[in-house]
Ligand binder design. Structure first.
Ligand code: PAF
Length: 182
């Protein structure tokens, strides 16, 4: 739960360890593992989060059908350099419920391009990322370049709110036919 996650990260930082956080929605693939390795190279302790975030799905999008593969995801993580897995429930992340959740909005950047077609999507991303970064208080957080607009939204958010840590954008990993892994 968030309190335990915050306390654990605080303990690690108090021990002088450098923390990296890799936020994901699970269904992990080589793209995520590349981010994990980059985190491993840059920090003493790597925290990977898995949370299928309801606030970033629109009413006509597939929140219910989004793949949830927690057990399979967790099985290989230690071998890829992950020290801690944080996989909260919706109730833990949004204690007042999704409808009553305090939300973030990144004007302009979050409203254009993909944001124009998915109203509220980047609000949801900004909302959950703000929560995760404030819980972990890590030295760095890594996001994939594949979601380029998302990376820009998160950079803007982190700088504007002076959220803790550096935002690092990791490389896109592609299938043999060139398609970005997703
Ligand atoms: O890119 C993702 O997987 C998600 O949008 C993120 C950043 C983990 C927030 O839910």
């Amino acid at each position: 739960d968030p309190a335990a996650m915050r306390a654990r990260c605080e303990d690690l930082r108090r021990d002088g360890l450098r923390l990296a956080v890799v936020p994901t929605m699970g269904a992990l693939h080589e793209g995520h593992l590349t981010l994990l390795r980059a985190a491993r190279a840059a920090a003493d302790v790597v925290v990977l989060t898995i949370f299928v975030n309801p606030t970033q799905f629109g009413p006509s999008e597939d929140y219910a059908r989004y793949p949830r593969t927690l057990e399979a995801d967790a099985a290989g993580l230690a071998a890829h350099g992950c020290d801690l897995l944080y996989a909260p429930t919706v109730e833990e992340m949004y204690p007042y419920g999704v409808e009553a959740a305090v939300r973030m909005h990144v004007p302009r950047l979050g409203d254009t391009l993909c944001g124009a077609f998915r109203p509220g999507h980047f609000d949801g991303v900004a909302t959950v990322v703000t929560r995760l970064l404030s819980m972990a208080q890590a030295d760095l957080a890594i996001f994939g370049q594949k979601d380029y607009q998302q990376a820009l939204v998160i950079r803007h958010l982190a700088r504007d709110l002076a959220l803790p840590g550096t935002i690092v954008v990791g490389p896109t990993v592609r299938e043999s036919n060139g398609l970005a892994m997703s």
